[in-house]
Design a protein around this ligand. Structure first.
Ligand SMILES: *[C@@H]1O[C@H](CO)[C@@H](O)[C@H](O)[C@H]1NC(C)=O
Ligand SMILES: *[C@@H]1O[C@H](CO)[C@@H](O)[C@H](O)[C@H]1NC(C)=O
Ligand SMILES: *[C@@H]1O[C@H](CO)[C@@H](O)[C@H](O)[C@H]1NC(C)=O
Ligand SMILES: *[C@@H]1O[C@H](CO)[C@@H](O)[C@H](O)[C@H]1NC(C)=O
Length: 933
């Protein structure tokens, strides 16, 4: 295990599938470690350990304050053996079924996160799994029967969730927990499990040492099969609704040290448990046992330290031998009918609670050091005893003798800092250790805690972690019967741990949980989020990456932010409306910084869309739906309404409107206005009549595009994009170019839609932005997908795919075939039409006038080059298509008039584009010709 930590940095080029999966996870999480940059996670991303060759083997991210969900991408990391996301309280969502693809997983630790929903069945197919800890989350539903297939499972911890239903056991058709013969730990406490405990659950073939079903709603009796599991060391069925008598063969469990059966309705006699001669902790309080004397055999349990038999119908004399047992610490026998005289000469016990019995007298020679409580007995009714310390009920019930904390009265530390034992202010790593059974813990002995601290210290030292000292404190017993201790680990050689050291601390503690030394007993830990100042950026976006040796600044303002964050920001923005100062100018007919965009009221837009009715939906995307609306003037508009979780900050929204209202181009759908109120962010665009290019190619529209028309659509689209890339200021990367985002107006001019609303803008000095990968499958630039670096060339790739759609009328991915590959495989430049006859759309009039088609195909192939460096820029594409159009017989002057950038500007200034391109296509006669109806 030592080598483990030293293997953190292994020079390796990470496998591309693993890289893609990690990049995708990274994008869906906030607060990832600062070292998560670049494209080689195996070469230094914190928490990604021990890459085998190029494959990721271990992910250990304990207590990183990660925020987000675990997406199905995790399933791609097929060599993964360890996944530890414990103590990330902001990790939420459902566990994806895909986790079942991690066939090599050995350790899955999600302790102390906020995952919810049912536990996926697919976990049961992870046959290599040894450690499974899903405790302290919010899982609901049943324990999957499929867990019965985990034949190598050693540790199963589902404690502290909201699991329901009965305990699953196998039958002819389904597996069940009874099949887990290798498992040592059944930790199912603190759930809502119900039904009876199936006798089938236990058998003599099992190797269980811990069986914890405490704090559930189980009914019925404890089956006698439990007595067959002779390996048992700790058994908890406390805090259920169990009834019936206890099985006699519990007595066979000779290795059990902890027996928790309290708070049930167990009936019948208290069985003779003389054989359980390892018992240390016995709690059978609050049950309905038959009335009986304190069983004599109890005093023969030489290892007993804690005995709790409150409210158990005991009567008769007090068992004095009990107080003389060599290890006894605590005896709680309150609320019974013990009578006679209490006679204590010597005892090792620290606390003896006999309140509410019928004890009449107390005799002592004072040879003890115990707190003795007798309140509620006839003894305390006697006038001479009332004031005695035995008769006060206010006595503290603490039996923990924790070493006092270091007092550093001369130092005052800042928030989050704590003085270490040398009184230096540092940021300790804090965790709570929670023990589910306490027989190994000598809670009343100060030197025990000191020994525990020493043992922890030795463990950290053995991993060569920079730990100065550790401190345990704040012992507590909660109402679930769990004992807790706080742990502080102080750094040496600095005032804080760095991220790698923190991850290592988490790893060491997890390892201790699974393999506790004798001193510890069964425990788990939940770490406290480490001091926030350790995080470089509060919004979790990492800016800056090294590529090819040069550091490039990345701009990622609008993209990649989490919905949660968005919402918070938007909330703030709405309290502080950045448009407020514009309102004054509204009456004067406009906004100071807006040329054309109009501010719509939400009411007006609501009315125009018939209350945003489904019938008016004309499109939808990641950011929200697009509605068709009609203004009172009769003008048609397209309304893009951001979903509640896609809202951006008010200032970003304002900046975006300012930007979009400056974007005017004949081949871009133009912004008419916006709405910003009532938690709404809406962009209003001109409505484009003839639907999308996709509608047209698929035959959904009423008109058909011939070769010339298709060239014209390609040119228009290319010009629109070239404008966004090269003339918008700052440049805009569209990011979602596809045939359904290319609209056709009445003259069948292409108009690029769906730019704006959280699309990243690129500063011209910066080459790319790093963003959450978004886009549409089939159009997505593979290099963008791999590196997450979005460049203008990503749009060029998508445009290349659209070009292929234009000639084939096929969807980019159709029947599992990817158009780019299909064409690449089919091309034979030696043949007519490059040998593509079979693939081309028959509707383009094959064979007649396909002049320039080969060049068009060649250009599209350059656009979809894998390497973005090999792809042309959009303005190069524009020039090429213009040349192809000339070749195909279009009048040269048309192409020429649009070949310079200034012509776009001029065209846009007037807002009137008549005569700008190919008048012939604008004439009604041509339109009539191509309309089928
Ligand atoms: C009981 O504990 C002892 C000592 O730890 C061990 O040697 C023995 O194998 C255990 N018995 C069973 C049945 O596991
Ligand atoms: C309890 O059982 C033991 C043998 O296991 C026996 O020696 C003892 O007498 C029994 N005690 C009582 C009170 O029945
Ligand atoms: C104690 O209680 C038992 C059972 O109720 C009774 O038989 C016995 O006489 C009592 N002893 C004294 C000293 O009151
Ligand atoms: C307290 O604990 C220490 C170390 O675990 C042990 O040596 C010592 O005997 C204990 N003292 C008592 C009174 O149990």
């Amino acid at each position: 295990m030592h080598a483990f930590i030293q293997l953190m940095v292994v020079a390796a080029q990470t496998n591309s599938r693993d890289l893609a999966a990690l990049l995708s996870l990274k994008n869906s999480w906030q607060n990832v470690p600062t070292s998560w940059v670049g494209t080689d996670p195996c070469g230094g991303w914190a928490g990604i350990y021990k890459c085998n060759g190029s494959r990721v083997i271990n992910i250990l991210l304990t207590n990183m304050n990660l925020m987000g969900q675990l997406s199905g991408d995790i399933g791609s990391l097929s060599e993964l053996q360890t996944l530890d996301l414990s103590s990330n309280k902001q990790m939420t969502g459902r566990l994806p079924q895909e986790i079942g693809s991690l066939k090599k997983l050995v350790t899955l630790t999600l302790t102390g996160c906020s995952f919810f929903g049912t536990i996926p069945d697919s976990l049961g197919s992870l046959e290599q799994l040894v450690y499974l800890s899903l405790n302290s989350n919010k899982f609901t539903g049943n324990i999957p029967n499929s867990f019965g297939n985990l034949s190598n499972l050693y540790y199963l911890d589902l404690t502290d969730n909201q699991l329901e239903g009965s305990i699953p056991v196998s039958d002819e058709t389904v597996p069940g927990l009874d099949m887990l013969l290798q498992t040592k730990h059944f930790h199912f406490g603190k759930n809502n499990l119900s039904g009876t405990i199936p006798p089938k659950l236990f058998s003599s073939n099992m190797s269980l040492i811990h069986v914890f079903f405490d704090n559930n709603n189980l009914t019925g009796s404890i089956p006698s099969t439990l007595g067959l599991v002779q390996t048992l060391e700790a058994v908890r069925f406390d805090r259920n609704s169990l009834s019936g008598p206890l099985p006699k063969n519990l007595n066979d469990l000779t290795n059990v040290t902890d027996l928790y059966l309290s708070n049930n309705n167990v009936t019948g006699p208290i069985p003779n448990l003389t054989g359980m001669n390892s018992l240390s902790y016995v709690d059978v309080s609050n049950n309905s046992f038959d009335v009986s004397d304190v069983p004599a055999w109890i005093s023969s349990l030489q290892t007993l330290t804690i005995l709790m038999m409150e409210h158990t119908q005991l009567q008769g004399p007090i068992p004095f031998d009990l107080f003389r047992l060599p290890h006894i610490q605590t005896v709680l026998l309150s609320h019974n009918k013990l009578n006679g005289t209490l006679n204590i000469s010597t005892t090792y016990a620290k606390r003896i609670d006999l309140q509410n019995n019928t004890i009449t007298d107390f005799q002592t020679t004072g040879g003890y050091n115990a707190t003795i409580l007798l309140e509620g007995n006839p003894f305390c009714k006697k006038a001479e005893n009332i004031a005695g310390s035995y008769c006060s009920s206010s006595s503290s019930n603490s039996t923990y003798s924790i070493p006092p904390p270091t007092i550093c009265s001369h130092v005052s530390c800042s928030v989050d800092q704590v003085p270490n034992p040398n009184c230096n202010c540092v940021y300790p790593y804090k965790a709570t250790l929670i023990f589910r059974a306490i027989s190994n813990l000598d809670l009343g002995n100060t030197s025990y805690y000191v020994a525990l601290e020493k043992s922890l210290m030795q463990t950290f030292d053995s991993y060569e972690l920079p730990v100065d000292s550790v401190s345990l404190g704040n012992p507590f017993m909660d109402s679930f019967g769990y004992f807790g201790l706080s742990l502080e680990v102080f750094p040496s050689g600095g005032d804080r741990f760095n991220q790698t050291e923190m991850l290592s601390l988490g790893f060491v503690l997890t390892n201790l949980t699974y393999n506790p030394p004798k001193l510890f007993g069964p425990f788990y830990f939940i770490a406290t989020t480490y001091a926030e100042s350790n995080k470089p950026l509060h919004n979790g976006i990492i800016i800056g990456a090294t590529i090819g040796g040069s550091v490039l600044l990345l701009l990622s303002v609008l993209a990649g932010l989490y919905a949660f964050h968005q919402k918070k920001k938007a909330d703030r923005a709405f309290q502080n409306n950045p448009f407020a100062h514009w309102n004054a100018n509204m009456k004067n007919g406009g906004f100071p910084q807006l040329q054309a965009a109009r501010c719509f009221s939400f009411e007006e837009l609501k009315k125009s869309t018939n209350n945003f009715s489904e019938a008016n939906v004309v499109g939808s995307g990641g950011h929200g739906k697009v509605f068709r609306g009609t203004l009172s003037t009769g003008q048609l508009i397209a309304i893009k309404r951001a979903r509640a979780d896609s809202l951006q900050g008010g200032h970003e929204f304002k900046t975006e409107i300012e930007l979009l209202s400056r974007v005017h181009h004949k081949n871009l759908v133009s912004l008419v206005g916006f709405c910003f109120e009532q938690r709404e962010q809406i962009l209003v665009y001109e409505y484009i009549q003839n639907g999308s290019l996709m509608d047209s190619l698929s035959g959904k529209s009423e008109f058909r595009l011939d070769w010339m028309m298709r060239l014209k659509v390609a040119l228009g689209t290319a010009r629109g994009l070239a404008y966004l890339h090269e003339h918008a200021n700052p440049p805009i990367i569209h990011r979602d170019i596809k045939s359904s985002n290319i609209l056709l107006d009445v003259s069948l001019n292409a108009k690029v839609a769906d730019f704006g609303l959280s699309k990243p803008k690129v500063d011209s000095e910066r080459a790319y932005v790093t963003t959450q990968v978004k886009g549409t499958p089939g159009y997505l630039d593979p290099e963008y997908y791999m590196t997450q670096q979005l460049t203008k060339k990503s749009d060029v790739y998508s445009f290349g795919v659209v070009m292929l759609e234009l000639i084939t009328a096929r969807r980019p991915i159709e029947r599992g075939k990817y158009i780019v590959r299909v064409i690449k495989n089919a091309i034979d430049e030696a043949k007519d039409l490059y040998n593509l006859h079979e693939i081309l759309d028959p509707a383009i009039d094959l064979g007649t006038k396909l002049k320039g088609l080969e060049k068009f195909v060649k250009l599209s192939m350059r656009c979809v080059e894998e390497s973005r460096a090999k792809r042309p820029t959009m303005s190069e594409v524009v020039k090429e298509i213009e040349n192809i159009m000339q070749l195909a017989g279009m009048t040269p002057n048309i192409a020429k008039s649009t070949s310079t950038s200034t012509s776009y500007e001029e065209a846009s200034k007037g807002g009137c584009h008549r005569g700008y391109i190919d008048d012939a296509f604008d004439s009604p006669s041509v339109l009539q010709m191509i309309k089928l109806k």
